[in-house]
Design a protein around this ligand. Structure first.
Ligand code: BTN
Length: 261
């Protein structure tokens, strides 16, 4: 379980992490943060669990969070008035926050667009953003972050679409989970005011895996291929097809992978 007093001593950071809901076991921190959001919980509410029994991944997949081996947290963000045009950036925001915190541990990190965090070519963290829309605007969003810290958190190869690893195997030493949570919240507090800014896009782009390479990605059930050029100004991905057409791919796309030519 987590040490509540250590977490409370470090929070809130720039308005994030208060109130703090800490669970030894829960179905999904995202589900709980969404419920809290619906009942009026404030901006910055943070839900953390040692174990999830029904963790949610992107594209309807499950996310494994066994006890004492991972980090599962969800941050509730609110905008008053609601904002437009940040949905793409929000998906990079979580990954960028994790990437910076993990870099602080001495690891070299890549982001597999939109928001998978890779160390040594293996996925060690994932982000699931669930937004509450008001028409075309976002009034609140839950940014859910799952980090594989210890070997017990690494799913079996047949359960994942991309090779998975964990921080302790990649870095080769024991990782302090509470300290890492505080570092992620710290980075999130720094990036949030810059959401969607050129500076944020630059930070995201600088860490992108497979940039400049031939890739394929699943866009609403259709596999599209092309050269991964860069990010559009709103965080969507720009692909240049063999026919010379530029495709702009939205953040709900999944399963980006390089292709051999
Ligand atoms: C992915 O599929 O890569 C995204 C995984 C996101 C998992 C995190 S763990 C904390 C939060 N609660 C959930 O149920 N999911 C997210």
């Amino acid at each position: 379980m987590f040490d509540r007093s250590r977490l409370e001593a470090g929070l809130p950071i720039r308005g994030l992490g208060k109130p703090l809901y800490l669970f030894s076991t829960i179905d999904s921190t995202n589900a709980r943060a969404l419920e809290l959001g619906q009942t009026g919980a404030p901006h910055g509410t943070l839900v953390i669990a040692d174990e999830q029994t029904a963790g949610r991944g992107r594209a309807g997949r499950r996310w494994l969070t066994p006890s004492r081996s991972a980090i599962a947290l969800s941050l509730l963000l609110r905008w008053e008035p609601p904002v437009g045009g940040v949905s793409g950036a929000l998906s990079g925001f979580g990954a960028l926050s994790v990437a910076e915190a993990v870099e602080g541990l001495g690891a070299q990190v890549e982001i597999k667009w939109p928001n998978d965090v890779l160390v040594a070519g293996k996925k060690v963290a994932g982000v699931l953003v669930e937004a509450q829309w008001q028409g075309s605007l976002i009034a609140s969003a839950v940014v859910g972050i799952g980090i594989n810290v210890r070997p017990g958190s690494v799913p079996n190869p047949d359960q994942v679409g991309y090779p998975a690893g964990c921080l302790e195997q990649a870095i080769g030493r024991r990782i302090d989970r509470e300290a890492l949570i505080l570092d992620v919240v710290q980075a999130a507090g720094r990036w949030l005011p810059l959401l969607g800014s050129p500076e944020m896009l630059e930070g995201w782009e600088a860490r992108l895996a497979f940039r400049g390479m031939q890739v394929s990605v699943d866009d609403s059930g259709v596999r599209v291929r092309g050269r991964f050029e860069n990010l559009h100004t709103d965080g969507r991905m720009v692909l240049l097809t063999d026919e010379g057409e530029r495709l702009i791919i939205g953040p709900n796309a999944a399963d980006l992978r390089p292709i051999d030519r």
